[in-house]
Write a protein that binds this ligand. Structure first.
Ligand code: ADP
Ligand code: ZN
Ligand code: ZN
Length: 728
């Protein structure tokens, strides 16, 4: 037998919801290698897929084995390490491999576009400049406008963003010799800026982490905002670059500000690629290409950047590792980029750094088990003392539209003394309820088990769960009496504070007041320049933004987190309080933090105030252990939804029956979701819990493939969430 005979079949992952690879016969002239894309016939469609394996023969009968239509790549677009990570993820999250691959590839590559072609630039030719000067082209305004725009060159991505429909005009200009398409050279990075001398603690942290370059090690860099964590990342990356290795830096969804980017670019003498969800498909493809080709040595990106192929990757950094945006909650493939970063580091044999002022409890548990090594960064000497945190008992003090007397008095004091005040409330809109005081009617969402939020400025009612918008009624639709908003959102707090403190300019930061990165940036700058003295905001202000001069922070409602059905709510509350409180303090003056609550005696709040985040974490972990919640158990949730309440319940019931009585596992449910009706669909869930990860995954692996065949499966949408971070 000839051992060098080419494989008879390639196994292809396709973006279809089936848990299998598909066999195809290679074309006569080329056998694609794993990681290359192919175009294949699938039913009556033609799909782009990725070859994962080659094999000598297929189990399909020869007449059913179809042929690869085209091989799209000359070299793999996904390297072996990335393929390995994706296969691991498909396995662990029990998700079809084709859909997992689709999450990792830029849309342009999924559509079959050339992978490694550098971006094209369009520019005006000398003849084009002459034509322009002569007033040409006279009767083609679109061509003339494009010719004027092109100048020294614009990439196709820039053209697509600025001038929809540019392609036709460009084609005509090119035919007349007035414009041409060329390869775009990438700008060389500027020489790096000098770094501050590291503190003793920073130097020790860098030495320890960099000492692990070349092998796996998990480090938790635990230090307050401003303690110098980013300085440590930068120095570790420099050490990796010096070894000829690159770095992958993950940041939360809204933590990637122009300042962060500028700081990395200014300090590191290596080309950098940025990947986040706000990019156009073309820009995303270009950044991905630069990373995958090895041209960019550093990737700075949000969640899905964890899947970027990077030749000679040396270190992975996950900043603000506790941030919920690392968990993909939408669609069917629910993954944690933080956890996958650890897996990637482990499998590739490199160090990973998890940075946070408030590491998540699972991370701290791994520190306690000595799986991760914690490195603490103390406050830098130039930083202010930690703020004083005090609780304001809402039952004992009068409130004026959600603002208690002690908070208003403290605000007055700080504003008079030239301080800045941050008011935090995690509820946007004007008021969470529109109420008729005559008959008790409250404006409901038609499609959700939820009330509509009043947005006064826009004269609208919004549903914060399904996005429905309607006009704000002036009278009760059932009895005709006037209606009024009840409760407070940030918009109303803004209005009240403007009335109470008219002399102090105010800025509001939430999803309604600030749209897009540019506006957020402008708002942050107004605060930091001192043009605004009061900042009112939601969760949006807690992430990665450096407000330097806040002297007072007021948390208006801490109680949403204390009594939630979700076992992680208290952890999120504590993280938010610590993160927001970290904004208080100026120069060497300590700041002040006031937290309004109706439960000042709550043990977790007390622990947080008295012993800080570590004390809170110890208490909360002890509670989790008693209740057998993660990290002391492993969870997966099977969620289902349909237009009736009956269908998801029936599906989950059948799924539960199919499970039988698996050993070492507890199945809870089916139960309606915390908000059973959302966006016109009824939601229910089945919780699967186990002490043992192996038992859980062994069970999921044999149970899940059977679910699509259940009689009720066709009536529902369903998805599995392994390691859920929210139970709803
Ligand atoms: P973190 O990432 O923990 O929030 P940073 O690394 O951003 O902290 O540091 C906060 C600020 O302190 C930055 O302006 C940074 O340049 C500065 N800084 C950090 N370390 C030092 C140091 N050793 N000497 C002087 N300035 C420093
Ligand atoms: Zn009424
Ligand atoms: Zn709704």
């Amino acid at each position: 037998m000839d051992a060098t005979v080419s494989p008879g079949v390639v196994r292809v992952a396709l973006d279809v919801p089936l848990r299998q690879l598909f066999d195809y016969a290679p074309t006569a002239d080329s056998v694609p290698a794993p990681g290359m894309r192919v175009r294949v016939p699938f039913g009556r469609r033609s799909l782009v897929g990725v070859v994962l394996e080659t094999a000598p023969a297929s189990e399909l009968p020869p007449q059913r084995l179809r042929c690869v239509a085209a091989v799209l790549d000359a070299a793999p677009v996904l390297d072996a390490a990335t393929l390995d990570l994706l296969r691991w993820a498909a396995d662990y999250y029990h998700h079809p491999i084709g859909e997992v691959l689709a999450a990792a590839l830029p849309a342009a590559l999924r559509a079959g576009q050339p992978a490694l072609e550098p971006p094209r630039l369009w520019r005006t030719t000398a003849a084009g400049l002459e034509a322009l000067a002569a007033g040409e082209p006279r009767r083609a305004p679109a061509q003339r406008a494009l010719l004027q725009l092109l100048g020294d060159g614009l990439t196709e991505a820039q053209l697509a963003a600025q001038r929809p429909g540019w392609r036709e005009a460009a084609r005509q200009l090119s035919a007349r010799g007035w414009a041409q398409r060329v390869h775009a050279p990438e700008p060389a990075p500027p020489p790096p800026q000098p770094a501050p001398a590291p503190s003793r603690e920073q130097a020790a942290a860098v030495a320890e982490i960099a000492g692990a370059l070349g092998r796996f090690g998990a480090f938790v860099l635990h230090g307050h905002t401003g303690s110098g964590k980013t300085e440590v990342y930068l120095r570790v990356i420099e050490r990796a670059l010096a070894r000829g290795e690159g770095a992958l830096v993950l940041v939360p969804e809204i933590g990637l500000t122009p300042q962060v980017l500028a700081r990395f670019q200014a300090r590191l003498a290596a080309p950098l690629a940025v990947l986040h969800s706000g990019l156009t498909p073309a820009a995303r493809h270009a950044a991905w290409r630069r990373a995958a080709s090895g041209e960019a040595r550093i990737v700075l990106g949000t969640r899905s950047a964890v899947f970027t192929p990077l030749p000679r990757l040396g270190v992975i950094i996950v900043d603000e590792e506790h941030d919920a945006s690392y968990k993909q909650q939408e669609g069917g493939f629910h993954y944690s980029a933080r956890d996958l970063a650890l897996v990637r580091a482990q499998r590739a044999g490199l160090p990973v750094v998890l940075g946070s002022a408030t590491p998540c409890l699972d991370t701290l548990h791994n520190v306690a088990l000595q799986r991760y090594r914690r490195i603490r960064l103390p406050r830098r000497p130039s930083q202010p003392e930690p703020p004083r945190i005090a609780l304001v008992d809402l039952r004992a003090h009068a409130t004026k539209i959600g603002l208690s007397t002690p908070v208003l008095q403290a605000m007055e004091r700080h504003l008079h003394a030239d301080g800045q005040v941050l008011v935090y409330l995690n509820r946007r809109g004007y008021a969470p309820t529109l109420l008729c005081t005559a008959c008790g009617w409250t404006a409901p969402c038609r499609d959700c088990d939820a009330r509509l939020t009043v947005h006064q400025g826009r004269r609208e009612l919004h549903c914060h769960h399904c996005g429905a918008v309607s006009a704000l009624p002036s009278a009760c639709p059932t009895c005709g009496f006037p209606v009024r908003p009840v409760g407070q959102g940030t918009e109303r707090i803004e209005e009240s504070l403007q009335q109470i403190f008219p002399a102090y300019p105010l800025v509001r930061i939430d999803r309604d007041a600030v749209r897009g990165r540019g506006e957020l940036q402008a708002a942050i700058e107004r605060v930091n320049a001192g043009a605004a003295r009061i900042l009112v905001g939601t969760q949006m202000i807690t992430k990665g933004h450096d407000f330097q001069n806040m002297t007072l922070v007021a948390v208006l409602n801490a109680d949403q987190g204390l009594f939630s059905a979700d076992f992680r709510a208290a952890e999120r509350l504590a993280q938010t309080i610590v993160q927001v409180a970290g904004r208080a303090g100026r120069g060497t003056r300590a700041g002040e933090v006031l937290i309004q609550t109706e439960y000042p005696g709550h043990p977790l709040l007390q622990q947080l105030i008295r012993e800080g985040y570590d004390g809170f974490a110890a208490g909360a972990l002890a509670e989790r252990e008693q209740a057998r919640w993660p990290p002391f158990s492993r969870l997966a949730v099977l969620r289902a939804s349909a237009l009736t309440a009956q269908d998801p319940h029936e599906f989950l019931l059948q799924a539960r029956e199919r499970a039988g009585r698996p050993r070492g596992l507890t199945l809870l449910g089916p139960a309606p979701a915390a908000m059973p009706r959302r966006a016109a669909r009824h939601h229910a869930q089945l919780l699967i819990e186990s002490r043992s990860r192996a038992a859980l995954h062994g069970f999921l692996g044999q149970w899940l493939p059977q679910l699509a065949q259940l009689p009720a499966a066709r009536a529902v949408r369903w998805a599995l969430d392994v390691d859920p971070i929210e139970l709803f």
